[in-house]
Design a protein around this ligand. Structure first.
Ligand SMILES: [Zn+2]
Length: 439
């Protein structure tokens, strides 16, 4: 007998500690296992194992398997994905990659972008991602890039599978003129729901006035903002500190994501921590991109990197600042590897940032979609929530996230139904036995 593809009950699931209420019982040093009750593709309730009535319907006993809610990939570049195989030699480092990308971009067509981005979305879907944010290169004040329109169509086509948000990745100098900044924001805002104003903020293009215009324009159009900020190890980079100060001064009402912020790691401790104290007082979520930061920061041909290039994730979390871990570039000149699997990014972050308790604590950085918007905190898997779940078939608490990757490593449920992977036959429980054997 095979396990059902639409379980009504998932018994003995190991959920991460961050997801459970403070009063949840302990079993030894770990949280007690959970029973998840589903109906019509939604969560009915989640209770400690054995405390709920005898299950009726299709039952899985996952015997302590790790379970997470659907994943968020907060920072990707669908327009650039999978371009590397057709490029020649690319100079190392961030600026060399930008040069290579500008050459390749001249040959982009709608069909090319659509094919590459669709492949990326399929990989993300198979990985269990339910919410994905993509940054789209935007380099002219008055013309929308081809990729922006393609991604708008893809957001529509994929709406029932992945929530796709699109960020206009605009170089900071285009915001130097306030009227152009306003026009850019109007264009992005008019392109429908899921569009955010973005920018690339770096010490090589630093312009405090332009950054102010960016936020004024976003405020004027009621938009959220997502920036590439201080993606460098120059201690003089001031994008994040200036952003926090501007949000306070403008009483900015939207939500802001600051991606990368690597420079914090290069600054003296007191300066960096003072910036984080200011960030903690503002509506900023940090996104860290361990794979690309390890590859692009402190990168010189023929020289072994000395620095890791990651932002101060532990200090940020200690201050209550939301921190998401995301994929960034995949198989393009910025990053030759990658798979649109957020768990791969987390596995890299666990090593690069020496993260403790990857499952019980840091898996939160792959699941908190609410950290991409303003409003009250909304934990996943609450009663009534859509039953988007990942059940890991190979990894226990100690094998996470190493043994989660690939199709064999997980079963993904969407709206309560298996969408990828295979539920092992051993999970199947005849309903009549369940009360006896599992109590
Ligand atoms: Zn990026």
């Amino acid at each position: 007998m095979h396990a059902s593809n639409t379980p009504d009950h998932i018994l003995r699931a190991r959920l991460p500690r961050w997801l459970l209420p403070a009063a949840w019982p302990q079993q030894g040093h770990q949280p007690a296992l959970a029973d998840l009750h589903l109906a019509q593709g939604r969560i009915v309730r989640v209770l400690p194992h054995g405390t709920s009535p005898v299950p009726q319907g299709a039952v899985w006993d996952v015997a302590g398997a790790l379970v997470l809610p659907g994943l968020v990939d907060a920072h990707t570049h669908l327009d650039k994905a999978f371009t590397l195989p057709r490029m020649g030699v690319v100079k190392p480092g961030l600026l060399g990659a930008i040069d290579a990308m500008m050459v390749d971009r001249q040959g982009w067509t709608e069909a090319d972008i659509h094919a590459r981005a669709s492949r990326a979305l399929q990989w993300a879907y198979d990985a269990g991602t339910v919410h994905l944010r993509t940054h789209c290169d935007w380099w002219e004040p008055d013309a929308q890039p081809l990729a922006w329109n393609v991604q708008r169509a893809l957001a529509h086509d994929w709406a029932d599978r992945i929530t796709l948000e699109r960020v206009s990745l605009i170089p900071l100098h285009l915001y130097a003129d306030r009227s152009i900044a306003m026009r850019l924001a109007a264009t992005v805002a008019a392109s429908g729901p899921g569009a955010l104003l973005g920018g690339f903020v770096h010490s090589t293009n630093w312009d405090a006035q332009a950054l102010r215009h960016l936020f004024e324009a976003a405020q004027h159009h009621g938009m959220n903002v997502d920036l590439h900020v201080d993606e460098e190890l120059h201690p003089g980079a001031q994008g994040l500190a200036t952003t926090a100060a501007l949000l306070k001064e403008l009483r900015f009402e939207g939500h802001v994501v600051c991606g990368h912020t690597c420079a914090l790691a290069a600054q003296d401790e007191a300066t960096a921590l003072a910036t984080l104290d200011a960030v903690a007082q503002s509506p900023i979520t940090l996104v860290t991109l361990p794979i690309t930061n390890l590859l692009l920061q402190d990168a010189t041909t023929g020289r072994t990197p000395r620095q890791r290039g990651l932002t101060l994730v532990k200090e940020a979390r200690a201050r209550g600042i939301p921190v998401l871990v995301a994929s960034d570039n995949v198989q393009d000149p910025f990053c030759p590897v990658g798979s649109f699997d957020p768990l791969e990014a987390l596995a890299t972050g666990v090593l690069a940032a020496q993260l403790d308790a990857p499952f019980d604590q840091w898996s939160e950085s792959l699941c908190r979609t609410d950290w991409l918007r303003t409003g009250p905190a909304a934990l996943p898997l609450q009663p009534g929530a859509v039953a988007d779940l990942l059940v890991f078939t190979q990894a226990d608490h100690w094998g996470f996230p190493s043994r989660t990757q690939g199709a064999q490593g997980r079963v993904v449920l969407r709206q309560g139904r298996v969408a990828s992977g295979h539920a092992p036959a051993a999970w199947h429980v005849p309903t009549t036995q369940s009360a006896r054997s599992l109590a």
